[in-house]
Design a protein around this ligand. Structure first.
Ligand SMILES: [Zn+2]
Length: 117
């Protein structure tokens, strides 16, 4: 399960942040994940529960928010939202260019907020 290793690396960052701020009870974490980051939020929640069980981080609330896919056309430079079911060839809705679009959002995985005390 891919989410388990994702949760592991997120927890590593969260623990480092908490150590920096001298807090040890995790209350809430807000995570933003891209539409094509291959994250299943339910699986990520479960992975967090498994990894934090019997640790000081147990019971924290994990909030996930999806970031929609957005691309910028290589030819006309306009931004558009590709149809998520058409990943292989994405047509620019303005100039019909097919290839080389730059994905500007939708692939990310970010910790947006950590609340701890
Ligand atoms: Zn275009």
């Amino acid at each position: 399960m891919h989410e388990l290793s994702v949760a592991e690396s997120l927890l590593k960052i969260i623990k480092e942040e908490m150590a920096k701020h001298n807090v040890n009870k995790l209350i809430r974490v807000k995570i933003k994940y891209g539409q094509i980051s291959a994250i299943v939020p339910e699986a990520l929640q479960t992975a967090f529960q498994v990894l934090t069980a019997d640790t000081p981080l147990e019971g924290a609330e994990i909030i996930t928010e999806e970031v929609p896919l957005k691309a910028r056309c290589r030819v006309c430079k306009r931004e558009f939202t590709p149809d998520p079911d058409e990943f292989v060839v994405i047509y620019c809705p303005y100039c019909k260019a097919e290839f080389g679009h730059e994905i500007i959002s939708g692939k990310e995985l970010i910790i947006e907020e950590i609340e701890a005390e």
